[in-house]
Design a binder for this molecule. Structure first.
Ligand code: HEM
Length: 180
């Protein structure tokens, strides 16, 4: 997993729970990287699982909710470090429609060894999108948060529902209907 995801994660933990919690989860997670990440570096995904598991224990919140909250936070982080990616889009549905064939393609040029999820579009209208998220990491709640924040970014509102096609969350169908 790319270091940019880890640095954004630890910044989120610090901003929401304080530096002490950052230190505690790094200490308790027994990380090969010792919790030191560079944005272009590549690190074992299990380090992220350990950090989130220990954060969940520390702040007494379900892992899924913490991963969703991180998705909300990560959108701005990625948009700040790569404004050229987001500013091409004028509405949320078109941005989400473009993840697979444009946004993550551009990301792969920036981070050649990035392991990105796939998004298969099932249906699209001006105000709705149905797509399948697939990834061996099962970070569908992260995708959920990123999708939610996309609407906020464009001052829009949407109903976002998802259905697990595989129990471990490695394949999830998202139905998105914009209403504001
Ligand atoms: C708003 C729409 C987006 C969604 C729903 C989305 C979804 C995701 C998800 C779920 C992951 C986690 C990896 C996995 O599940 O296997 C991911 C990874 C990533 N995404 Fe996106 N993404 C979006 C936009 C972006 C943008 C705008 C950027 C950059 C400007 C970006 C850059 C990345 C990077 C660098 C990774 C990490 C890959 C790795 O660690 O190997 N994404 N994305």
């Amino acid at each position: 997993m790319k270091g940019v995801v880890f640095t954004e994660f630890l910044e989120m933990v610090e901003s929401k729970f304080g530096l002490e919690v950052v230190d505690t989860i790094i200490e308790n997670s027994n990380l090969a990287s010792e919790g030191i990440y560079t944005s272009v570096g590549t690190y074992d995904f299990n380090e992220m699982i350990s950090l989130i598991t220990n954060l969940s224990d520390e702040v007494k919140a379900p892992m899924g909710d913490l991963i969703y909250t991180f998705g909300l936070y990560l959108f701005n982080g990625l948009g700040t470090s790569h404004p050229e990616v987001i500013e091409n889009y004028t509405n949320p549905i078109n941005l989400l429609y473009a993840i697979e064939d444009h946004i993550h393609v551009h990301v792969k040029k920036l981070y050649p060894d990035a392991e990105l999820p796939t998004f298969k579009i099932l249906d699209k209208t001006e105000t709705s999108l149905s797509m399948i998220y697939s990834s061996s990491r099962g970070l569908y709640r992260l995708a959920h948060g990123l999708i939610e924040k996309t609407f906020e970014h464009f001052n829009g509102e949407a109903t976002i529902s998802y259905e697990l096609l595989k129990e471990d969350g490695t394949e999830v169908k998202f139905d998105i209907v914009q209403h504001g």
